[in-house]
Write a protein that binds this ligand. Structure first.
Ligand SMILES: Nc1nc2c(ncn2[C@@H]2O[C@H](COP(=O)(O)OP(=O)(O)OP(=O)(O)O)[C@@H](O)[C@H]2O)c(=O)[nH]1
Ligand SMILES: [Mg+2]
Length: 695
């Protein structure tokens, strides 16, 4: 395959709300650039990108795809990310390795929840962006309304550079405002526009739009401003270079109209990516971690190798492929590179440039490029591959905490290992979910970003790993503690019938600690009334109750036990006797110290369009939530609240129904708080009943 220098490579990711047309657009782009011989369709399962069986079945992208094509002697690497909210973590991963984000906007629906979310990710990533208004062929498409909405949301930097001719059934072409050329297309054709005259009825609007484009570009640069003042306009070249500078500095966001499905305007998108977006070599340095602190390393092809694995995928018949972006040096087949996170040397074997399920062999991936590596020993998403002498690694992809959880057990007894192995493998391909056994509630919990992701994971277990699971609502991780101190509580353990005798007498003080205080054991024995060697046995006895709880079967926290007095027997006092006495005296004291239950409280941040704030706050209050404040972002309001976890276990469903799917939220553990009396009573009763059943 042809070799490209970093200056001839553009790395872009496609982002949007779900189903706006990213994958369709990428199919059209590859077909237009003649990288593929036909334009695959998401709808009939013929896309080379959405090619996983679950993607075909659900007609959506579930896992990011890489693709590339050549346009005007430039290699464009695309990352097609999923738009469905549950899978947006891949958008964050893609943004780590590209120089430009192309955000698709639906020409009918305008800005949606997902648009806001991915835009906020682009803000965080701090990279240039472009907009593609997709679906201009749709009956209710409205370019002006969409443009206004985008300007309104993302500011005056939004600059229309390619506008549509017609809309809906009469959408037939586009006008490039930079060159003032108009093009007509064959619907679902080869994607190459045929030059035509600007329609007479559009001439005026083209002139005025071009004028305002010149004005806004002139405003970004003093030289251009002077030229504009002198001659009243800018040359095509000045306009193009001014736009490119504005894009690179993040002050201008070019906007292009088209239709991925009909392949109209896609060639213009490719041209604008080549002409206006920064090349891969524009990135002069990149952040890495060395001994836990951040530092910058230069990005140069002649430097030592440094690549970041931003996605691991699994291909039928091939196995795992690790997709990397090379930031410095190059990866070459047959050489060894270091995976510093695993402390392991990896031999670089077969490598490919990926276009969905299609692959082009290569023996080298150099700085600025993106490619896939086959058969590494133990390298996955978030790992780095660096020169053996390097001491750094790339920082991991930042992910939000999962939002929904389910407790799972194997349908078939004995299949538990298969679940663990399967989920472990799936985790290598999707780092956004967690799976672990929680000893306090005796459940294995699978947590993900949403219900669809949970379903996809469980389907994956069933079809790929042949194991089926039962799902249950996870239990809440309550805690037990006390509210008042008790002093000098006594217990005597005596066993003198049959066999060796046992004797232990102990006195303890029990007092509450602050939240988060955990457990403390203090030895206050004076004068050796209990032998030094037997005192830890009391601590051990208390410990045995800490995990299993006393009133409702939950771990005990935030207490101090002081061993204050006791008595021993010259023969019968031994470890086991003091352990039993410790356990029993603790149980007795705990019940005397007004025990309560604590429940986990989470920090919830709910973002919704303005009109839903009242409903959201009302609902949160009815869930025992305490509203902390409101913060506007664009048209959205973010409501912060502290809410008991038990009340928001299924919040994604609630939010969807309260806002018709127009809200999103984040959730993170905050602290423990007492469970209100009535509720606590119910939980304790349920525990007693469960104990009776198992007794
Ligand atoms: N009319 C029309 N339909 C389109 C266009 N682009 C995509 N579609 C349709 O919209 C649906 C979603 O298209 P996709 O390409 O899968 O959208 P996506 O953004 O990749 O979706 P996710 O990956 O799930 O976020 C499909 O039914 C496409 O045929 C377009 O320009 N016009
Ligand atoms: Mg897609």
């Amino acid at each position: 395959m042809k070799k490209y220098q970093a200056g001839s490579i553009r790395n872009v990711c496609l982002l949007s709300h779900g189903s706006v047309g990213k994958t369709t657009l990428l199919e059209a782009a590859c077909f237009t650039a003649k990288a593929t011989s036909k334009s695959g369709k998401v709808d009939n399962g013929s896309s080379i990108f959405d090619s996983r069986s679950d993607e075909k079945e659900r007609k959506m992208t579930i896992s990011m795809h890489a693709g590339f094509c050549e346009w005007n002697d430039t290699k464009i690497n695309f990352l097609d990310t999923p738009g469905f909210l549950d899978f947006l973590s891949d958008a964050r991963a893609a943004l780590r390795v590209v120089e430009t984000a192309v955000i698709l906007i639906d020409a009918v629906d305008g800005i949606q929840v997902g648009t806001e979310l991915v835009s906020s990710y682009v803000d965080e990533a701090g990279i240039p962006r472009m907009f593609f208004v997709n679906g201009m062929d749709e009956e209710n498409a409205d370019f002006q309304k969409t443009l206004d909405a985008v300007k309104n949301a993302y500011g005056t930097g939004v600059a229309p550079v390619v506008i549509p001719i017609g809309k809906g059934p009469s959408f037939k072409g586009i006008i490039d405002l930079v060159t003032k050329d108009a093009y007509e297309y064959q619907r679902e054709g080869n994607g190459l526009g045929k030059k035509i005259e600007i329609p007479a009825d559009m001439k005026d609007s083209v002139d005025s739009l071009r004028q305002s484009l010149m004005e806004s570009i002139a405003e970004t640069d003093e030289d251009l401003m002077n030229k504009y003042f002198e001659s009243g306009e800018l040359s095509d070249d000045d306009l193009r270079s001014g736009l490119a500078k504005g894009v690179a500095s993040g002050s201008v966001y070019p906007l292009i109209a088209g239709s991925g499905l009909l392949n109209i305007g896609v060639d213009q998108l490719l041209t604008k990516i080549v002409n206006l977006c920064p090349a891969a070599d524009s990135r002069k340095e990149v952040e890495v971690l060395e001994n836990g602190s951040a530092k910058m390393i230069p990005c140069s092809e002649s430097g030592p190798a440094a690549a970041f694995v931003f996605k691991t995928i699994s291909e039928e018949h091939l196995g795992e492929i690790n997709i990397v972006r090379v930031f410095s040096g190059k990866l070459v087949t047959g050489t060894d590179e270091l995976n510093p996170t695993k402390g392991l040397a990896e031999r670089i074997g077969n490598m490919y440039f990926l276009r969905g399920k299609e692959r082009c062999d290569t023996t080298e991936i150099s700085a600025g490029d993106i490619g896939g590596l086959l058969k590494l020993k133990d390298t996955h998403t978030n790992d780095s591959l660096v020169d053996k002498n390097a001491k750094f690694r790339f920082p991991p992809i930042q992910l939000p905490e999962p939002l929904v959880s389910v407790a799972i057990t194997a349908k078939q007894q004995g299949d538990e290992d298969k679940i663990a192995v399967g989920l472990n493998k799936l985790h290598e391909e999707d780092i956004s979910f967690t799976y672990k056994f929680h000893p306090d509630i005796h459940q294995s919990i699978l947590s993900a970003m949403g219900d669809i992701q949970l379903d996809v994971l469980l389907d994956g277990l069933k079809h790929r790993f042949k194991v089926e699971v039962e799902k249950k609502q996870p239990k809440i991780s309550y805690r037990e503690t006390i509210t008042k101190p008790v002093k000098y509580v006594e217990y005597t353990h005596k066993k003198q019938s049959g066999g060796a005798g046992q004797y232990a007498r102990v006195f303890i003080d029990l007092e509450p600690l602050q939240r988060g205080g955990g457990y403390e054991f203090v030895d206050k024995i004076v004068g050796g009334v209990i032998d030094q060697s037997l005192r830890p046995s009391v601590d051990k006895g208390v410990h045995s109750k800490l995990e299993e709880g006393i009133i409702a079967g939950y771990p005990i926290v935030d207490i101090r036990v002081s061993l204050v007095d006791g008595k021993t027997h010259p023969v019968d006092s031994k470890d086991i006797a003091f352990q039993i006495a410790g356990r029993e005296v603790f149980k007795k004291a705990f019940e005397m110290a007004s025990p309560i239950l604590l429940e986990p409280v989470v920090d919830l941040k709910v973002s919704v369009p303005e009109e839903y704030t009242g409903d959201i706050m009302g609902d949160l209050s009815s869930r025992r939530g305490k509203i902390g404040g409101m913060n506007p972002i664009g048209k959205y309001q973010t409501i912060s609240a502290k809410v008991p976890e038990a009340e928001v276990q299924n919040y994604s469903t609630t939010l969807r129904s309260l806002t018709q799917g127009r809200g999103f939220y984040t959730k993170a553990f905050s602290h423990y708080e007492p469970v209100p009396g009535e509720l606590a009573k119910k939980i304790i009763e349920t525990h007693k009943k469960e104990e009776e059943v198992t007794a």
